[in-house]
Design a protein around this ligand. Structure first.
Ligand code: ADP
Length: 670
């Protein structure tokens, strides 16, 4: 092991100690590999900051959390889980001696919701803060609140590989910023000459080809290939292992779903040259020494809120210039290096400079629920580092109310969390799907509901606006009779799966094969989560009706009633109007929920609300699922034409007056 004391961060040691002691707040900015994550906690220990308490180091990723703890324990020559430990969801290695505790961001937030004084915590370190994850932002805000109110002795250190420290410095003021330049070697960047078409030649084949080309020219050093996810990584590993030019290399995958031993193997030292195929965990969270060649596919899975679907999605997207630069930098840690980007220089100029912070691109429902669980009911008044827009917060609260996760009592100014809300928080999925899974557990249909969650996460793989011939082929194969567009999607996915995602078979039905391929791994992941949280995810026969009721539970805020049988126009809850999409199979259902609601601007500038991914709903279900929200009311009105007072019975689902127009349900009151 090279001497860690020679890492660049030690140039800042005395300044770090002094600043933490004087102000209790500090920002440290230094490139990846400088020694921030592994050395600063040890410095704190040596300088007495951890007497009678511990340092908690926040990490955005599980994989890095575990590996850093292991590394620091090795450096200190103590067993893992003793002085140095880690804690991630449902897995921990800790003891009562632990002084340095690496945790994922959600863990600390949870701890804060139980113990608002954070007793026993002397220092909190926010690592990789440049990634600006929602939970990092919120934990920092909470930590500052705690420091200002009950714990003036609590120390806060924010660390980052790249950072626009200006706004952060003001937010933490008074606070010093310490910068280290680190040490690195030049990296030569190469671009593709022609835009790659990954539908024609899969990205793993292109990456393997480039690896072989560079290997023929380069003298030594290891290779690091960036891929967006576990599936693409396993295909890349296969392609690399099949390449004759690369037979002298050992190839390792590296991502969070691998067992810990396999993760450790990827970063261990070998005599042979190696190729590591990794997700963006190797971008800044983990440093792998000895890499001189980076092959960057330019893609990553990005969490983003899709306002049409009202959920957070995890789609494969192009990375920003800042991310690409970080990735390239991995090739120049120990010697001059090369980075091959699998896109053209012209495309590069069109990429965004930086990723938007999550607080600006994710749906806030989950975070609002977490805050409410910590007793912060006035979420607009929360001291955000970057305030989300008021509409986003309002929409989040409304959704949580629809889901029954929070409730507003007359005497309270703000809604508070309910028992259902607390149960939902145990599921690390969007609150809509957490609610659906709870409902599914009660109705014995966890598997199909987990499948539905997987079907809608990725890109829509059942293409729309397809030619008539494709539509007919679809009707023949998938059938038309259905109670939900989800069921149709399920059949389409099964078809693609049975045909092994063959491009020809998929094209005939207008199925995007890459999109369909992503469903299987997601389904497995959702099942794992459900089982971990104690739901019964066993295989069993279930009625379509049970599944439809779960959709209703998750999307009740998007319940629609057709104005009359001859039209696609509908009334929607929350006093909106909409039109059912033509391609929906629910052309005749009088009452349904739409899992997708998109606003399209009409020619005259008016906003049309288009409803799709519909599931038919029967009226009695409303009463069954929402006994409190759904009620019958009798109001007395004067009927002008009859010249008499009549009692009008109204059925309301919250603010949706289902009989908003005269209907058979109007009963004269004699
Ligand atoms: P930073 O947080 O600034 O990115 P780290 O503290 O993570 O830096 O890493 C500092 C150095 O420690 C790395 O350059 C690497 O040499 C070594 N190192 C860190 N983690 C490991 C590990 N799991 N295995 C081997 N070496 C590691």
């Amino acid at each position: 092991m090279p001497n860690p004391r020679e890492l660049p961060i030690y140039e800042l040691e005395s300044a770090i100690v002094e600043a933490v002691r004087a102000q209790g707040r500090l920002i440290v900015q230094a490139p990846t590999g400088s020694g921030k994550s592994t050395q600063i906690p040890q410095m704190l220990l040596r300088h007495g900051f951890l007497d009678g308490g511990e340092v908690v180091v926040l990490q955005p990723r599980r994989l890095a959390t575990r590996m850093l703890a292991k590394r620091v324990a090795e450096e200190m020559e103590t067993p893992l889980g003793d002085i140095v430990g880690y804690q991630i969801r449902l897995e921990s290695r800790l003891s009562k001696h632990t002084k340095i505790r690496f945790v994922t961001e959600g863990i600390l937030l949870r701890q804060m919701s139980f113990d608002a004084t954070l007793s026993g915590v002397n220092v909190i370190v926010f690592d990789e803060f440049h990634e600006r994850h929602l939970y990092g932002d919120i934990s920092l805000a909470r930590a500052l609140q705690i420091q200002q109110s009950t714990r003036p002795d609590l120390k806060i250190i924010v660390m980052s590989a790249t950072l626009d420290a200006g706004a952060l410095k003001n937010y933490l003021s008074p606070c010093e910023v310490l910068v280290s330049q680190g040490r690195s070697f030049p990296v030569k960047i190469e671009y593709l000459q022609k835009t790659a078409d990954f539908e024609r030649e899969p990205v793993w084949d292109v990456a393997a080809r480039e690896c072989a080309r560079v290997a023929a020219q380069s003298a030594g050093g290891d290779f690091l290939v960036f891929m967006p996810g576990a599936y693409e990584i396993s295909r890349t590993v296969q392609a690399l292992q099949g390449s004759r030019e690369l037979r002298d290399f050992v190839v390792f995958p590296l991502h969070g779903e691998l067992p810990p031993e396999a993760q450790d193997r990827a970063v261990a030292r070998y005599d042979a040259r190696k190729i590591i195929v990794s997700t963006n965990v190797a971008e800044t969270s983990l440093t792998i020494d000895g890499v001189t060649v980076v092959i960057d596919c330019g893609l990553a899975r990005v969490a983003r809120f899709d306002p049409h679907r009202g959920i957070n999605t995890l789609l494969i997207e192009k990375i920003s210039v800042a991310s690409a630069d970080q990735r390239a930098g991995r090739a120049g840690r120990t010697a001059p290096g090369v980075c091959v980007r699998l896109w053209t220089e012209r495309e590069h100029a069109q990429r965004p400079a930086q990723e938007l912070p999550e607080v600006r691109r994710l749906d806030l429902a989950e975070v609002v629920l977490t805050l409410k669980a910590s007793g912060i009911d006035d979420v607009a008044g929360f001291p955000w580092l970057e305030k989300p827009d008021a509409k986003g917060l309002e929409r989040a609260e409304m959704l949580l109310e629809d889901l029954g996760a929070v409730a507003r009592h007359e005497k309270d100014a703000h809604a508070t969390i309910t028992e259902t809300g607390r149960r939902m928080l145990r599921f690390p999925v969007h609150p809509r799907y957490a609610r659906m899974l709870l409902e599914a557990d009660a109705r014995g249909c966890v598997r199909p509901v987990a499948m539905m969650a997987a079907l809608v996460q990725g890109r829509n793989f059942l293409l729309r606006g397809v030619p008539r011939a494709v539509e007919e082929a679809r009707e023949d194969l998938l059938g038309e009779e259905t109670e939900s567009d989800f069921f149709l999607l399920m059949r389409a996915w099964r078809f693609a799966d049975q045909n092994r995602y063959s491009m020809d078979a998929c094209r005939r039905l207008g199925i995007h094969s890459m999109g369909a391929r992503q469903v299987g791994p997601l389904f497995a992941e959702f099942l794992r989560i459900a089982e971990r949280e104690g739901l019964d995810a066993g295989e069993k026969r279930v009625e379509g009706e049970a599944v439809s009721k779960c959709v209703l539970a998750g999307f009740s805020g998007q319940l629609a009633k057709r104005l009359d049988a001859g039209t696609l126009r509908c009334d929607l809850v929350h006093k909106r109007r909409g039109v059912l999409a033509r391609e929906s199979a629910m052309q005749r259902a009088p009452l349904f929920v739409a899992a997708e609601v998109s606003e399209v601007e009409g020619r005259g500038g008016e906003v049309n609300v288009l409803l799709s991914m519909a599931t038919a709903v029967r009226e009695p279900w409303l009463k069954e699922l929402f006994p409190d929200a759904y009620f019958e009311a009798t109001s007395v009105v004067y009927d002008e034409s009859a010249k008499r007072v009549i009692a009008k019975r109204e059925r309301r689902f919250r603010d949706l007056v289902l009989e908003s127009r005269a209907s058979a349900d109007d009963v004269p009151y004699d």
